[in-house]
Design a protein around this ligand. Sequence first.
Ligand SMILES: [Zn+2]
Ligand SMILES: [Zn+2]
Length: 241
Amino acid sequence: MLLSWLFPRGKACSWCGRPVHQGFFCTSCRQQLLDWQQHYHPCLYCGRLLPLGKQAVCNQCREELPPFQKARSVGPYQGLLKEMIWALKYQGRRSLATPLGHLLAGVVVRELGSGRPDLVIPVPLTSTRLRVRTFNQAELLALALGQELDLPVNGEVMFRVRETAPQVNLSRRSRWQNLGGAFKVTAPGKITGRHLLLVDDVLTTGATASACTRALQAAGAADVAVVTLATGIENLPCFSP
Ligand SMILES: [Zn+2]
Ligand SMILES: [Zn+2]
């Protein structure tokens, strides 16, 4: 009773259930989600996190730029964010899609705000994986993001033929073979000339986002930006956080 008087809207944190004044997460959860910003900043191109005050571009992008324009994430794949992604994907806590989509929308507005995308596309799962999991977490996130920013979402313009293996240890030649044909665009008419926003839960090596982007570019996309909940931290031998 007292709590409902103090917080008349009766809102609870989408993660821990503590009372919330506004938004989806309580102050404590929000602080945990934003804590990384004191230590890291995103690589200009791929969004991988780099120690603050060091270089602006990660080692992988120095070697070869990704095919997408820019990728950005809510934070690193660790701590509370990792727990939330785990709960959404593997514990079927679908109610997290809206609050997590809200975080993604924030990243899009802050980091990719140079122009509204024409279409939001979730990274598809293979049909086998979709049968096992019964839902595509990237699609749930894309729908929540699309709803918040009033953008069209289409999860059916592309399908996934097979998994993309991590790129890190592959030679340049086998990288291309690994990327080629993992995704197929089914409706190129919806892609041609469009500014696209690709949505996924995690960006690790960037192999999947790159493979998607190449398929969309082959179908005539004007450009592709990527937004994910989590990304990696570049492993620098001399750095300890
Ligand atoms: Zn909370
Ligand atoms: Zn990079």
